[in-house]
Design a protein. Structure first.
Length: 117
């Protein structure tokens, strides 16, 4: 019987995905994961909750995650893709969720020093 991938396996797969697609990630300012995998509470059927901050996007928020191919990740991926402006506004628009993201997110590609969370 197959087992569900653990945190280390999923973390490694996401890091490899970032390395493999680095040239295509030029507009990605930051990328990390939060939720059950970040808290090491994932179980059978858990998906990977990814947060991405991009420079800008012409797509509406609900369509952006479809622009990324996460098939190399061994579990389903739910991606939230924010523009830099939206990320800055998230603190005032959804303060509890924003604080959860700050507290929980394991950043694979953190924001550079000249930009803060």
């Amino acid at each position: 019987m197959r087992r569900w991938p653990n945190r280390a396996e999923v973390d490694s797969a996401l890091r490899q995905w970032v390395a493999d697609f680095a040239p295509e990630l030029v507009t990605v300012l930051a990328l990390g994961y939060f939720g059950s995998y970040a808290r090491d509470e994932a179980g059978l059927g858990s998906d990977l909750d990814v947060v991405m901050i991009v420079t800008e996007s012409d797509l509406p928020f609900h369509q952006r995650s479809g622009s990324w191919n996460f098939l190399a990740i061994p579990v389903p991926v739910e991606a939230l893709v924010y523009t830099w402006v939206e990320w800055q506004q998230l603190a005032s628009r959804q303060p509890r969720f924003y604080q959860t993201l700050l507290r929980e997110t394991v950043w694979i590609k953190p924001l550079e020093n000249n930009r803060g969370y």
